[in-house]
Design a binder for this molecule. Sequence first.
Ligand code: UD1
Length: 415
Amino acid sequence: MDRITVRPSGPLSGRVAISGAKNSVLKLMAATTLAEGRFRLDNVPDIADVTWMAALLETMGMSVERAGQTLTVDHPPDITAEAPYELVEKMRAGIVVLGPLLARFGRARVALPGGDDFGPRPIDMHLRGLEALGARFESSHGYVTGHSDGLIGARVVLEFPSVGATENLLMAGVLAKGTTIVDNAAREPEISDLAAFLNRMGAHVLGAGSSTITIEGVEQLAPVEHVVVPDRIEAATFLAALGVTGGEITLVGARPDHMDVLCEKLGGMGMRISPDPDGLWAMARDRAHSVDVTTLPYPGLATDYLPLLVAMLAVADGVGIVTENLFAGRFRYVDELTRMGADIRTESHHAVIRGVARLSGAPVRAHDIRAGAALVVAGLGADGETVISDAHHIERGYEDLVGKLTGLGADVVAD
Ligand code: UD1
């Protein structure tokens, strides 16, 4: 799939199943490097990043098989503690194998992730945290190589609640000697999912979901079965689509408790949302009202929601000011929305969006996963045809976005 064509769509209606979270499953797959044996993951989304992470585990000597939503990972006695550039470059989450490989094997060689359309993606906090546990690093030829003679638990205070750094420290701390404390830890639901997975493997992790995580190291872990948490960003994508088209939908399997601040914000824009026995129910009747939006680490509004909310604000009633606090360079999609007639001005990490009554369909380009999804959302509320190129970015993080939207009555076609 390299192009998606979107035509204006009437009110959405019906039920849509929310897949497992990309940002959780990739880390759970990395955690399978921590113990020998057979793991089983359920509710695994069929997305390109999972395929790349499976390829990464396979280059290390593991084998990965998919049957429907189930992934089986076989970890043999010997694996190679190395993550090559070709795979880390495609899927930057590959850096989270660094902590578990170091903890398990005392050495790891992982390609340095490059920048992307959000701007630079540094890993200094990952490295400083692991150094506090006794690891030593050197960088050369685009790779970071780590060594340790056995990690030793320590207290690490993160400068910022980085999701990736928290995950690397969690997966290193579980096999370190003694107690590791991560302060100013990231609190995302995907961190809690990883901690639950590790605890099921026999780890002792306390406090995941809060700012202080305490890990008592153990000698050995064992393989387990686990069901991946639902993808709150995918759920937000359908809510943004509803905000543009109006209608009434149920997000089957969504976790409203993972999306409190988003639901509050969408409520302020005029959407009715409530928990449902099956997940989350939402209804939008009138044109959305503009609101201001600021991204923050969880439980604040996720940066990954922002392009979707900006697509909604582009056709909302009034003026909204949005502030992106996590990735300063994350506004490239705004140029594409402007080509569709949106009235948006950006200044540093702020954007001022004056809602217009209607966008106008145009050829546009998806620069990353959420930017691509935001253009699909915008196309639903635009006159004429919106043709999104480089749509393969969307497949990195969405299982069958086109099919799911079509099931809700949208006019969306992939080719
Ligand atoms: C994860 C998510 C991504 C989401 C982001 C923030 C995955 C696969 N990706 O990315 O979708 O947008 O969380 O919620 O889970 N930083 C440093 N040094 C570091 C690490 C991070 O300066 O060593 C900075 C980053 O540049 C960024 C901020 O910290 O400005 C947050 O990044 P982080 O939370 O680490 O994001 P990721 O884990 O890469």
